[in-house]
Design a binder for this molecule. Structure first.
Ligand code: AVJ
Ligand code: FE
Length: 450
């Protein structure tokens, strides 16, 4: 697998302090811009009932960096210990009844921002001057804690974006210079390709990447039998057929939990869709559009699985996704679907270039060896693989609870990346996951047979 030059800020013995500080500052600037979008009075709102209110995240980002690099790594006392407990970790409850008490108890935004500024000064000083790379400390080995905080922040920039997506339009303002949406016309014809049996590498070897989250290790090779997979993600137009043929009323298409979620919440269409005067509209980040037929449909795992069954197919396994995305007819494997070159905006809709998706198949330069489109960007892709540890898994020293709590059989692996995924997270081994009934995230899917 090729070197990840874009983030080669650390080698076994050397951390490019300048690059680390630049990356940290760029992260903080992007987060600040995101918080500025939200109207002042809405910062204590909870746009997703299963997540903490917006203010939590403004505290969580600096507190996570303090907890991880300064306290766990450098064994400093911290900056504001009560904040470092309050803002330590987000929540992932099963249902709203398990969400801890409403807005009571959250500090003011001014206090949180003052904390953020103090944290930034201390983190930058540490990255510039302290011994943040030490072989004798597993938290600092190969710059682990520094790289953990540098990847954590962009990961939450995606959380913020899909959370903002749920805010009413009057509670946010469109940043100047935002690109115009590309609605497109009709989608390309539905098409599938046959992928012959062959090997796929999942995860990464610890020594082969500068950084990976714990669930990416150990890298290993699996044999994948032959299968047939969609060239494009399932589109709004495709999914409209499912809605039109009463897919939401047919219990036989749904898993037991999926059906329960559907009924209890009276789900009748994708969360991003709404009905207005007898027409479907798509609720974009800053505008509503007549349903763009060629955009990938964003749905929960439960909806994706029901649709796949309706089409007499199924979701790909994690291994099939790898084989389709990174495999080649010659048997070699690539670092990215298109080859070895690092991601840029000609390859897909990612790295915060847009607020909403674009039509499927918009990036010819992003196609895989088998001719599949949009494997990275535009929307994460649900798989049929339950999120679990690879053989050789060990909780990471810098943040041991990153994955383990989610190895509960109720979370599913998503691969690829969305419009709101930073390009630094687009490495082949990166794994994302959510509960099967989580409809808020920019997640789509494609169907497989065989
Ligand atoms: C990997 C996206 C599921 O948002 O819950 C952020 C990432 N973990 N802070 C999440 C995460 C701790 C996580 N996901
Ligand atoms: Fe976090």
């Amino acid at each position: 697998m090729a070197k990840m030059t874009e983030i080669a800020i650390a080698t076994d013995r050397f951390l490019d302090r300048r690059a680390a500080v630049d990356w940290y500052r760029a992260n903080r600037r992007r987060s600040a811009e995101l918080f500025e979008i939200v109207a002042p009075e809405a910062h204590h709102d909870r746009p997703i009932p299963l997540r903490n209110p917006i203010v939590f995240y403004e505290g969580h980002l600096p507190a996570f960096s303090v907890n991880t690099l300064l306290k766990r790594g450098l064994r400093d006392p911290g900056i504001n210990p009560p904040f470092e407990v309050l803002f330590e970790r987000g929540i992932d409850p099963e249902d709203v009844s398990a969400v801890p008490g409403a807005s009571a108890g959250w500090p003011s935004r001014d206090e949180i921002q003052a904390y953020g500024r103090a944290a930034d000064r201390a983190i930058i000083e540490a990255l510039e001057t302290r011994d943040v790379m030490r072989e004798d400390n597993p938290v600092l080995r190969r710059g682990l804690a520094a790289l953990t905080i540098l990847e954590h922040e962009p990961m939450h920039q995606e959380t913020l974006r899909y959370m903002w997506h749920r805010l009413p339009y009057e509670k946010k303002r469109t940043p100047r210079g935002s690109p115009k949406p590309v609605l497109g016309g009709n989608p390309p014809a539905r098409e599938a390709v046959r992928i012959p049996a062959g090997r796929a590498t999942l995860g990464a070897k610890r020594e082969e990447v500068p950084f990976g989250w714990d669930n990416e290790f150990e890298g290993h090779v699996v044999e994948v039998p032959e299968f047939e997979i969609d060239v494009h993600d399932v589109t709004n137009q495709d999914f409209l057929e499912f809605v039109g043929s009463a897919g939401y009323d047919r219990e036989d298409l749904w898993s037991e939990e999926g059906w329960q979620w559907r009924v209890e919440n009276d789900v009748r269409h994708p969360h991003f869709w709404e009905r207005r005067d007898g027409e479907w509209v798509w609720r974009g980040q800053f505008h509503e559009f007549p349903l763009p037929p060629a955009w990938p449909v964003f749905v929960s795992h439960a909806e994706a699985s029901a649709y796949a069954r309706w089409r007499d197919s199924r979701l790909p396994t994690e291994a099939e996704f790898h084989r389709a995305a990174y495999g080649t007819p010659s048997g070699d494997e690539r670092s990215y679907p298109w080859g070895e070159e690092p991601p840029d905006h000609s390859r897909g809709n990612f790295d915060f270039a847009r607020w909403d998706p674009v039509p499927v198949g918009s990036f010819r330069a992003g196609a895989s060896a088998w001719g599949l489109h949009d494997l990275l960007g535009n929307g994460w892709e649900w798989t049929s693989t339950v999120f679990g540890p690879f053989s050789g898994f060990e909780p990471m020293a810098s943040y041991p609870v990153y994955s383990t709590d989610f190895f509960d059989g109720r979370h599913w692996v998503m691969k690829g990346g969305s419009l709101a995924t930073a390009k630094t997270l687009l490495r082949r081994s990166f794994r994302n996951w959510f509960r099967g009934d989580y409809p808020y995230v920019y997640a789509t899917f494609r169907c497989v047979k065989g």
